[in-house]
Design a protein around this ligand. Structure first.
Ligand SMILES: [Zn+2]
Length: 485
């Protein structure tokens, strides 16, 4: 049977307390394509993988595929109401004019908050269900840093979440999603979703123990005894929503009781891993001491609190300031979001020497701007970096230096994902003692192999690990670390 499939992307990750609001330009800057444009654009990445999986099946399995709009914004503060409603309505209008369909395949990330909407994904899915009716298979791919709500599970059939953090497995998960929804549409399976709320919210790095072992146990349950798929919702700790939290989602072939029991078993086990799944962290001074005491290099210092991927500006200067004050040589720092400095350095041009004010511009947690006399090393228009085979825009960017301290500045905000964020500017990371990356964990995929050692530094910042200072108002149930277990 020929399956007719509608596939679209709408997502961002909202940090309720980020100083950077999200509007249509935020989507335009990251990824915003009209219906059908994705194929020509070739902009396949993390959050378009269900659309990619559908288009692949149009070629190999004769699916009749309608590609709807594609919209994703770099994580930041709540989306303004008119932007969200416009994007949502575009997705629904395109679906409406494509009916009837057998399958709706969406990528939504799963932590979008807009003015007036705590649960954008639940809102979209309820409207999709109302349009297509109860019999159409609705499949959704999410990021583990999502808020999985009842509104979402009630109004969809199959939800598959990236298992890995860094999210390197997005293509495999999209393949599973496409296969399961197709099986459902052909009447071969009846997916039933069961969710267990763990009563905690935490970060779970999957490239190390104990998550390596936990996930291999999860995988052993999949594909047998009626268990179709298991997803782990890490939760996004900086979203002020009633449904914040770590959860386990089990999809069975119509065996709800079994799914609920397995979700609870795994969820209780995961709860006991709280506080154990992220690396050791230390203050800036200790981090620099430890880096200098390490033989060889480069030592990669993660500035996770200024991770743009979590909604931070990416322009804080605490670690850079400490490095300059201590006179440490052979350092690379990036990516610092500073469109104004990029503009000034670009005007001066490669090879020039200029006075430049760097960073510290967006908010109180950005620290002090730093005034330096810098050499402009390299100017690149519309630069990109790479994450797990995906190109991520950095916009016009420059590399400037003071002595052997190199700094990469970008005009599009984004976390440091690939070593090419530095190397495209001629910066040889192998010669560096310290490389400071503004990223919480995704940098591991590219920087891990070259790092002599990785040190997570607790600098001040918008995505600081200490959640207790944030003014949460909406959390609705006891939740560690705010409450005791
Ligand atoms: Zn994520």
């Amino acid at each position: 049977m020929t399956l007719k499939v509608y596939s679209a992307t709408l997502g961002t990750e909202t940090h309720s307390f980020s100083p950077i609001p999200t509007d249509m330009d935020s989507f335009r800057e990251t990824l915003l394509l009209r219906p059908g444009e994705l194929a020509e654009s070739g902009m396949f990445q993390l959050f378009t993988s269900p659309q990619g999986a559908a288009m692949q099946r149009a070629k190999t399995q004769g699916w009749d595929v309608v590609i709807g709009p594609t919209a994703f914004a770099m994580p930041s503060g709540p989306v303004n109401r008119s932007t969200y409603e416009q994007l949502r309505n575009d997705l629904l209008d395109c679906l409406s004019s494509s009916l009837p369909v057998d399958i709706v395949l969406l990528c939504m990330h799963g932590a979008m908050i807009a003015q007036g909407y705590d649960d954008c994904e639940g809102d979209v899915l309820a409207r999709v269900r109302a349009l297509v009716g109860p019999d159409v298979a609705i499949g959704v791919e999410l990021d583990p840093h999502c808020h999985l709500t009842e509104e979402m599970t009630v109004n969809s059939d199959v939800i598959v979440i990236f298992k890995e953090y860094p999210h390197t497995d997005y293509r495999e998960r999209a393949e599973e999603l496409a296969e399961m929804t197709a099986s459902m549409a052909r009447g071969e399976i009846k997916p039933l979703m069961s969710v267990f709320k763990c009563g905690i919210v935490d970060l779970f790095y999957t490239t190390r123990e104990p998550m390596l072992s936990f996930l291999s146990k999860v995988r052993e349950f999949e594909g047998k005894d009626g268990v179709l798929s298991i997803s782990i919702v890490h939760g996004f700790p900086w979203g002020d929503v009633p449904d914040l939290g770590t959860k386990v989602l089990v999809i069975t072939n119509g065996e709800g009781g079994k799914g609920a029991a397995l979700a609870e078993e795994l969820g209780r086990e995961l709860r006991e891993l709280r506080g154990k799944c992220r690396g050791e962290r230390m203050g800036i001074a200790d981090g620099l001491d430890q880096a200098l005491a390490t033989e060889g290099g480069p030592v990669v210092l993660s500035d996770g609190a200024d991770n743009a991927g979590g909604g931070a500006p990416g322009d804080s200067t605490y670690i850079l300031e400490a490095i300059l004050n201590r006179g440490i040589d052979n350092v690379a720092v990036g990516i610092i979001w500073d469109p104004m400095a990029v503009q000034l350095a670009s005007k001066a041009g490669e090879g020039s020497q200029i006075a430049l004010r760097i960073g510290g511009k967006t908010c109180a947690l950005s620290g002090n701007p730093i005034d330096l006399n810098v050499a402009v090393k390299r100017v690149i228009r519309d630069s990109v970096q790479t994450f797990a085979g995906t190109k991520v825009p950095m916009g016009d960017s420059v590399a400037v230096s003071v002595g052997s301290v190199d700094m990469v500045l970008s005009s599009i905000r984004g976390q440091t994902l690939g070593t090419d964020a530095f190397t495209q500017f001629g910066i040889d990371l192998r010669t560096k003692k310290i490389v400071v990356v503004k990223s919480m964990h995704h940098f591991h995929d590219s920087f891990g192999p070259i790092a002599k050692r990785v040190i997570c530094v607790d600098a001040p910042g918008v995505v600081a690990a200490d959640l207790s200072s944030l003014p949460f108002k909406k959390l609705s149930w006891p939740l560690w670390p705010f409450d005791e277990i």
